[in-house]
Design a protein around this ligand. Structure first.
Ligand SMILES: *[C@@H]1O[C@H](CO)[C@@H](O)[C@H](O)[C@H]1NC(C)=O
Ligand SMILES: *[C@@H]1O[C@H](CO)[C@@H](O)[C@H](O)[C@H]1NC(C)=O
Ligand SMILES: *[C@@H]1O[C@H](CO)[C@@H](O)[C@H](O)[C@H]1NC(C)=O
Ligand SMILES: *[C@@H]1O[C@H](CO)[C@@H](O)[C@H](O)[C@H]1NC(C)=O
Ligand SMILES: *[C@@H]1O[C@H](CO)[C@@H](O)[C@H](O)[C@H]1NC(C)=O
Ligand SMILES: *[C@@H]1O[C@H](CO)[C@@H](O)[C@H](O)[C@H]1NC(C)=O
Ligand SMILES: [Zn+2]
Ligand SMILES: [Zn+2]
Length: 287
């Protein structure tokens, strides 16, 4: 089941993750901070949380179960791979920089996909990557199903159009709004359980499926903002540009200024593509 889910996560879609504000955030950090003292070979309460985190984001082979609190060799490997991706010192330890990186809000799509057969260290890309799935045409329609607290579909419309235009400006893609739900891309705000087999977790912000699926779900519980976000708000357009990257076939990049970088800080605006994003899409479609 864990394998199945993780595998589908890798392949099928992106979960945008942020930490829950206030109580949950400090609790989580507290657990992580206590872990700083746990060394390889030891057992520490909560080590399994670090394992789960690394598993979700693709730093363990699919078939590897991560259930216990024992700091083993495999955890050291996974930590090293994570630290390499995030340009941290590759210590293989649960150090403070690594804890900080893990506590940073991020997208839930795995950064890397470790094959069950791979032994030892595995290949990492240095920049963009893609799923390999793509659309068979560049003229796509989209439908906005609904909005959420604080704004209407009418107010949301130009923000979504702008997020799509960001990609259209650098590619042959053209996006046309369609009022029917049978559009190529269908965007809406959904509750935790919404029937696609991937209920949102507490820390999920949104998810979007790769081509040629087109489902794009924002988690409605967050305080979404169409304009400049307050520190606890999530900027709709910033999330939308990133998620539309998944909609047209891109996965994550480890270049921090790329739109396809996994982390997003609440209260910030990040809507500009990096050359890396542009190159990734060009490489995928070969135009
Ligand atoms: C890596 O370690 C060196 C020396 O231990 C330290 O000076 C440096 O700040 C560290 N870099 C990061 C990104 O943590
Ligand atoms: C890049 O994506 C391909 C296709 O999904 C995958 O096989 C490969 O492992 C990915 N590479 C990294 C470093 O994520
Ligand atoms: C991206 O990942 C590669 C390979 O792990 C690493 O060498 C590089 O430093 C990373 N780049 C950035 C900007 O994090
Ligand atoms: C793209 O599709 C829309 C809706 O189907 C259509 O109105 C428009 O003319 C198409 N544009 C091109 C360039 O094919
Ligand atoms: C948007 O529509 C979906 C599907 O009909 C529904 O499940 C969801 O509750 C709606 N969201 C809001 C915020 O009304
Ligand atoms: C959303 O954030 C704004 C700005 O901080 C705040 O005024 C508003 O009350 C928040 N809304 C909800 C539902 O929490
Ligand atoms: Zn993502
Ligand atoms: Zn969904």
């Amino acid at each position: 089941m864990a394998f199945q889910l993780s595998h589908q996560l890798c392949r099928a879609f992106c979960l945008f993750l942020v930490l829950q504000p206030f109580a949950v955030k400090s609790l989580k950090l507290e657990i992580l901070e206590n872990l700083e003292r746990v060394q390889k070979g030891e057992t520490g309460n909560g080590v399994n949380q670090v394992k789960k985190y690394l598993k979700i984001y693709g730093y363990y082979p699919h078939d590897h179960a991560v259930v216990d609190d024992h700091f083993d060799e495999k955890l050291e490997d996974a930590l090293k791979a994570y630290q390499q991706y995030y340009s941290l010192n590759v210590t293989g330890k649960i150090d403070s920089d690594t804890i900080k990186a893990m506590a940073t809000p991020r997208c839930g799509v795995p950064d890397v996909i470790r094959k069950p057969t791979s032994l030892g260290m595995f290949q990492l890309v240095s920049n963009y990557n893609f799923t390999g799935r793509k659309w068979g045409k560049y003229n796509l329609t989209y439908n906005i199903q609904n909005a959420t607290r604080g704004f209407t579909v009418k107010e949301l419309r130009p923000v979504i159009a702008q997020a799509l235009q960001t990609w259209a400006d650098v590619s042959p893609f053209q996006f046309t709004e369609e009022t029917q739900a049978k559009a190529n891309i269908n965007i809406g705000f959904f509750p935790k359980d919404h029937g696609d087999g991937f209920p949102f977790k507490d820390i999920t912000l949104a998810h979007a499926f790769p081509p040629r699926n087109g489902r794009f779900h924002f988690y409605e519980k967050w305080n979404w903002s169409l304009s400049k976000p307050a520190s606890d708000q999530i900027h709709v357009q910033s999330v939308a540009v990133h998620e539309f990257g998944h909609t047209i076939g891109l996965s994550h990049s480890n270049i921090s200024k790329a739109i396809m970088f996994p982390s997003y800080d609440p209260g910030t605006i990040k809507t500009d593509l990096d050359q890396d994003d542009i190159d990734g899409l060009k490489d995928l479609y070969g135009y």
